[in-house]
Write a protein that binds this ligand. Structure first.
Ligand SMILES: [Zn+2]
Length: 425
């Protein structure tokens, strides 16, 4: 067995796991739980010689370092902070804004997860990675897999195709399946599950992949390097909540480190009304999702501005999931409607001088509300995760190449027919 700088264990039963670069869960018959990573290195020690997020390789569950990742940037915002009445507002800018040093060229924080997941895989693993996405994750994996020549198959709702455009054409190792007829993210997840059982394929696993959460969690590491301490509050818009869970896991490590304070940042998470399954579940006070009819869920998803926040089955109740991290961090959940989202988006662009996606505008709208109502003190150290930005900026700079799906299928396609069509690709 290879010596590694980390070990994996099941957060539900504590059992140690054999790492193969892709394992997602423990086989014991108990309630579902994530796998957690434990690192030999107990302090945050970025490696100045490594590129992008691989600076944090000592705290990432990875087996190799890949060339090519970009990086996020954290900075103190004065103009936006002043506009909403906060003295210490820090923007964690996960997007494309080269003048500031943010170089995620698909313009969202999903790039942090894609590169980490790929770096976790063993070099000799030749299986095709199967990824389901509502849009941003697809873009991030398509770009990272294309640059590292990793075979992958990405399943997205047809509506997401418009966001899949890249500075260079994708390599043929990247294949995309577009689901039409009103399919959404949850439909993409279901079809990706079927495909991943074919021989030669392996599922990426979404929030269950320990590398995905760790990669997203590096946004907090970048933040504490800039701030010099842990933020008191952390604002982010969530679909499945993978980013927030990853940030919480990073925060626990930073508390153990001890140099950045001993209080976990309070997770202030948000969704876009009227599609707010996590807000509704959190309001009940118990770790169960409120059942929603799929047709009603899709109708509401059709109305929201931030389409990426559209997971109908987010990991709320699972051990280590959204309920647990909100409880442990004394956090809360909020909703913002389209109107407030649009206003927040304009405010950010006017004060900071760069465009942002609708999802971070949802987070900003709830932050404005919390600041205005006195819910958070004026002098609190507040981190706002701008989980996507600079999309327009990159359009001005580059000629972008739209991706073409290798296959277009209806959402109602039967399993066997789909698998036959995939096998024929
Ligand atoms: Zn277990």
């Amino acid at each position: 067995m290879i010596a590694r700088h980390y070990t994996l264990s099941c957060l539900a039963c504590g059992r140690a796991m054999q790492e193969d670069g892709a394992v997602l869960s423990c086989a014991e018959p108990h309630n579902p739980g994530f796998l957690g990573a434990e690192y030999q290195e107990r302090s945050l020690r970025p490696d100045p010689a490594a590129q992008g997020l691989f600076r944090y390789h000592r705290w990432l569950p990875i087996n190799r370092i890949l060339p090519g990742p970009g990086q996020a940037v954290s900075y103190r915002s004065e103009r936006l902070g002043r506009a909403i009445g906060l003295d210490q507002l820090w923007v964690l800018f996960n997007g494309y804004w080269p003048e500031r040093g943010a170089t995620l060229d698909t313009a969202t924080f999903k790039e942090l997860e894609a590169w980490t997941v790929l770096a976790r895989r063993l070099a000799e693993d030749a299986r095709t990675l199967v990824v389901a996405s509502a849009g941003n994750t697809a873009a991030a994996f398509a770009r990272a897999c294309s640059r590292t020549l990793t075979p992958c198959l990405i399943v997205v709702p047809e509506a997401a195709m418009a966001t899949l455009e890249f500075p260079e054409p994708l390599q043929p190792c990247v294949r995309i399946i577009a689901l039409g007829e009103g399919a959404d993210y949850s439909d993409a997840i279901a079809m990706a599950e079927w495909i991943a059982h074919l021989p030669g394929y392996v599922r990426e696993g979404g929030v269950k992949n320990v590398a995905r959460r760790a990669g997203l969690g590096t946004t907090l590491l970048t933040a504490v390097e800039a701030i010099g301490r842990m933020p008191d509050y952390y604002f982010q818009a969530v679909g499945s909540g993978a980013g927030a869970i990853g940030v919480h896991e990073s925060a626990e490590r930073l508390v153990s480190d001890g140099r950045y304070g001993n209080r976990l940042p309070r997770l202030m998470l948000s969704q876009n009304q009227p599609f707010t399954p996590l807000v509704e579940a959190w309001r009940t006070g118990s770790p169960t999702l409120v059942p929603m009819d799929p047709a009603e869920g899709k109708r509401r998803i059709g109305e929201i501005r931030a389409k990426v926040l559209s997971s109908r089955e987010p990991p709320f109740a699972i051990r280590g999931g959204v309920f647990d991290v909100l409880t442990a961090s004394a956090g809360d959940m909020f909703g913002a409607d389209n109107r407030a989202t649009d206003c927040a988006r304009t405010l950010f662009e006017e004060t900071e001088g760069i465009d942002i996606d609708p999802a971070p505008a949802v987070a900003l709208a709830t932050l404005q509300e919390c600041a205005a109502s006195g819910r958070i003190p004026r002098d609190a150290v507040v981190a706002l995760n701008v989980s996507g930005g600079g999309r327009e900026r990159r359009r001005q700079e580059w000629t972008l190449h739209p991706a073409q799906p290798a296959l277009r299928v209806g959402a109602a396609m039967e399993r066997d027919e789909l698998l036959d069509r995939v096998a024929a690709l």
